[in-house]
Design a protein around this ligand. Sequence first.
Ligand code: F6R
Length: 615
Amino acid sequence: MCGIVGYIGHQNAYPIILNGLRRLEYRGYDSAGIALYDGENIQMCKTKGKVDDLSAKVNAEMATAGNLGIGHTRWATHGVPNDVNSHPHVSNSGDLVIIHNGIIENYTTLKKELVKRGYTFHSDTDTEVLVNLIEEIKKQENVKLGKAVQIALNQVVGAYAIALFDRNKPDEIVVAKLGSPLAIGIGEGEFFVASDATPFIEFTNNAIYLEDGEMAIIRLGREIAVRRIANDERVDPSIHELQLNLEQIEKGGYDHFMLKEIYEQPSVIKDTYRGRLLPNEGIVRLGGLEDHLEKFANANRIIIIACGTSWHAGLVSEYIFEEWARVPVEVEYASEFRYRNPIITEKDVVIAISQSGETADTLEAVKLAKRKGAFVYGVCNVVGSSISRETHSGTYTHAGPEIGVASTKAFTTQITVLTLMALRIAKVKGTMSHSDYMMHLRELELIPTKVAQALKTNDHIKAVAREFKDVSNFLYLGRGYNFPVALEGALKLKEISYIHAEGYPAAEMKHGPIALIDENMPVVVIAVNSNHYEKVVSNIQEIKSRNGRIIAVVTEGDTTVTEIADYVMEVPKTPEALTPLVTTIPLQLLSYHIAVMLNRNVDQPRNLAKSVTVE
Ligand code: F6R
């Protein structure tokens, strides 16, 4: 979490850094800061609050104060969000200025040592310790900045993406990475540094993504020098051509990124299966999977590791893989998996699902599974992300940049990829009848149209939202493939509206949650046509007899549930295994409208950050 951005070149650094921070604000937004250097004076401005609060505080003089700058938008780990704890942090001499995304775990020990040597600290942050450690090493060892950074980082335990400069070196920025992402944009006589490539896409299409354990010295007029931090070995970095464009990272006329991303789902689902799903030829083909089909076909089991919404997508695919490919599947929270000495053998295949590809727990779980000999497959959205690089192979979802903190299009595109994988593996194993296989290929191709149809009910869903915006609790129920959708619906509501919501398998109601039902409790039930339809109808009756209010997601043309429910939200008829791709749409819209009506910050809900790069 936290976004970092830096610039060195011939342009005024301030607007580049500020704009970059706005694009990285999804990574953390409880405070922000910026430091600019013109070769003589370092000017700095920091504030609790958002990037807009920062720009309001920056004066005209500062806004033109140099061709070198670094900026930070923070998601607090050490120290409350306030002006002092905001980055950048400056060393005691005033020479070194740093920004940092990550955590220095042994900072208390390092700090005690520095205090003994006379250093004083103004903030509660681990970052201020790091910048002073670098200063102390530079002084004691009489080395240049790059060397001092390298020695310091070898004493540090934790995770970081850092960028810093030295007052005595106005043409140089030093960066390093371990566990947090860091991209370097290479322009004409200028360089950019950022947590992802979005801050610099209008300036260059060429970027280097540092690998874990690498640092780089970026000096004007020179080639970027990349080295391994542990042993000083020189690295020849590969230069990636960026596929991003500006339109993808702007709101495009929508009030919020979340709404834009909900509406993008028909096209990004299509982008995700394009070239991979060929119903006329009866083919599903996934580049990353073709060479490893045997591994999947012979796997004893598939273990899926993920967090949050990605974990919900994993749960949906558990039902699909088991049904079609007849392989046992376990879906694990990455944070639990990595700390419980899991039993994994070489016959297991692990799938890691992550939109950002940077989630710390998922990344560590991937490393653990690899150490234990499993084949690890990634399903990521962000190209070149740490998880996509750490896994043996994988498939990208082509959702495009997801900027709203609440995940929407990432979820449906993850399910699309996992569905394609299950179809491919089922085909290889011969566990699915040809007619069933062909029917699902054709139906999957129709999903974008059905999602677009579901989106047309937006006005009705907004009216439902108005009825329920002031309640304090919600229950979400679903069965089978739609149980994970109930969990996802509840998560969407709580994270952006701050209304308490719980998701349950509908039949579990009787084992406890039913005690909560009264006339104040709205229950969202996913009651589309399925093998469980009658059973879900009985669950709805049980709620109605206790005066609960029912909002049901039903299949178009439904009459039974429509008669009993207080409100219905219709979705097009879809084969059961594919229903999560459409039932999730009204739930996203319901959460969105409730949050907007409650005046919440939909794209940047409190306490959250898009990319969870700390444990
Ligand atoms: C919820 C949400 C989070 C993420 C979770 C995993 O809307 O966005 O729950 O799904 O933090 O993130 P990734 O998929 O980037 O690993």
